[in-house]
Ligand binder design. Structure first.
Ligand code: NAG
Ligand code: NAG
Ligand code: NAG
Length: 388
């Protein structure tokens, strides 16, 4: 019996070893396939070793070259005109004339580079605090003026409205309008943002819209936007975003996103952007806001703002899909991976706000590594004095 058992173990051991070797080989070859198309797929954290600083530097240089090529390409097809001018006989049908409950009229100035407006629910004070402390903090980047605001409607209770007032007195980054803050009123919030920028932040070079559960690698974003400005590419008529192509209209009555045929007839939406995050050029908010006055209210805000209004305002929808991690389940995996830098991953939707804190720490580490390598040639991206 005994020798037999040993034989069984031996065979078992050999088989397991063989299996392991095959698995390792397969994962390696998968890895090398991925390496050829580094932007399409991601390995898990363990599969790809942490790269050296030198490697990141090379990635940076490669990216600059790609940007030059991109610049040439974009310049070639730059002619964009609004195809839907507002005629003089058209009547305003959707005046967005809610009063401000809270406003910050003097927030922007002519130095403002980026204005960030965040759609947030009244009760989400913790979400707002995390954004204030992490990627939305104006002190992250030296020599660049970033302004952050949160957009709210009227909360359902007096107590909540008082808390918001208190929060606003502390941070001065809250804008509140007097419409009922609800899911079906998100289109009002979208228009509110466009209107506010039109009236109080005309000078910002770029505008970023996000939701309060979104993470932004602000360092990469700013670098990208600065490059656009320096090379004067895609700096006007622009909505830069994750484009949805042929998104189906939900006809299932049980769904939160159910849309009846009376509300919207086609079964497929024309291209529009993920509302999670998009970037607008300085001129876009005004053009979109003006358009909104002539369009009937439609509660599906992502489509209404970044699809219908953007198209009618004659904006160019520029595909930025590779810079997004849309699935919350993949957020941690993608952003905690060193390769996220290489991919220039910028926007991610988190499952919860603790994940945003975690990812932010990691991003700061990455950026510091990069800085150490590039500060002599390029100047600093991050303020080393800030505390995490
Ligand atoms: C901003 O405005 C101030 C005064 O309003 C002016 O002195 C300054 O030159 C302006 N800066 C820029 C960059 O336009
Ligand atoms: C906001 O909503 C409350 C009810 O929650 C209502 O009493 C109030 O008039 C609304 N507007 C303002 C400006 O507070
Ligand atoms: C949207 O806001 C308007 C204005 O405050 C309000 O009359 C309406 O009931 C709100 N709709 C929903 C679905 O909350």
């Amino acid at each position: 019996m005994l020798p037999r058992i040993t034989t069984v173990y031996k065979y078992g051991f050999c088989a397991t070893l063989g299996f392991l070797i095959i698995m390792i080989y397969m994962s390696q070859s998968r890895h090398s396939r991925t390496a050829k198309r580094p932007f399409d797929r991601l390995g898990r954290e363990m599969e790809i070793p942490v790269k050296s600083n030198r490697h990141y530097l090379q990635v940076e240089q490669k990216r600059s070259a790609e940007f030059q090529a991109f610049k040439t390409k974009t310049n070639e097809n730059k002619i964009i005109k609004s195809e839907f001018p507002i005629s003089s006989t058209q009547k305003i049908i959707s005046p967005h004339n809610f009063d401000y409950i809270i406003n910050e009229e003097k927030l922007c100035d002519n130095e403002t580079f980026l204005l960030i407006y965040v759609h947030t629910a009244p009760g989400h004070v913790r979400h707002r605090n995390v954004i204030r402390d992490t990627w939305g903090n104006a002190n992250n980047i030296k020599d660049i003026s970033i302004k952050l605001i949160f957009l709210l409607g009227n909360a359902s209770t007096r107590k909540l409205n008082d808390a918001i007032k208190f929060e606003s007195e502390h941070y001065h980054d809250i804008i509140q309008e007097d419409f009922v803050d609800s899911y079906r009123n998100l289109t009002y919030k979208g228009i509110m943002g466009l209107k506010w920028v039109t009236n109080y932040c005309k000078t910002a070079k770029f505008i970023l819209k996000t939701d309060d559960d979104i993470f932004v690698n602000i360092f990469i974003l700013i670098k990208h936007l600065k490059a656009r400005l320096e090379h004067d590419i895609g700096t006007s008529n622009l909505i830069l975003c994750h484009i949805w192509f042929r998104m189906h209209v939900v006809r299932d009555k049980r769904s939160k996103w159910y849309i009846s045929e009376a509300e919207y007839e086609p079964n497929v939406f024309p291209p529009y952007c993920s509302g999670a995050a998009f970037v607008l050029s300085a001129d876009a908010p005004k053009a979109m806001y003006k358009r909104s006055l002539y369009e009937p209210f439609f509660w599906v805000d992502d489509y209404f703002i970044s699809g219908l209004l953007a198209t009618k305002a004659g904006l160019v929808r520029e595909k930025f899909n590779r810079q997004y991690s849309i699935s919350p389940m993949q957020f941690i995996e993608k952003f905690l991976h060193p390769i996220s830098l290489e991919q220039q991953l910028i926007f991610g939707q988190a499952v919860n706000i603790n994940q945003i804190l975690r990812v932010w720490k990691k991003v700061l580490e990455f950026m510091k590594t990069l800085n150490k390598n590039t500060e002599h040639s390029r100047g600093k991206l991050i303020d080393d004095n800030r505390t995490i």
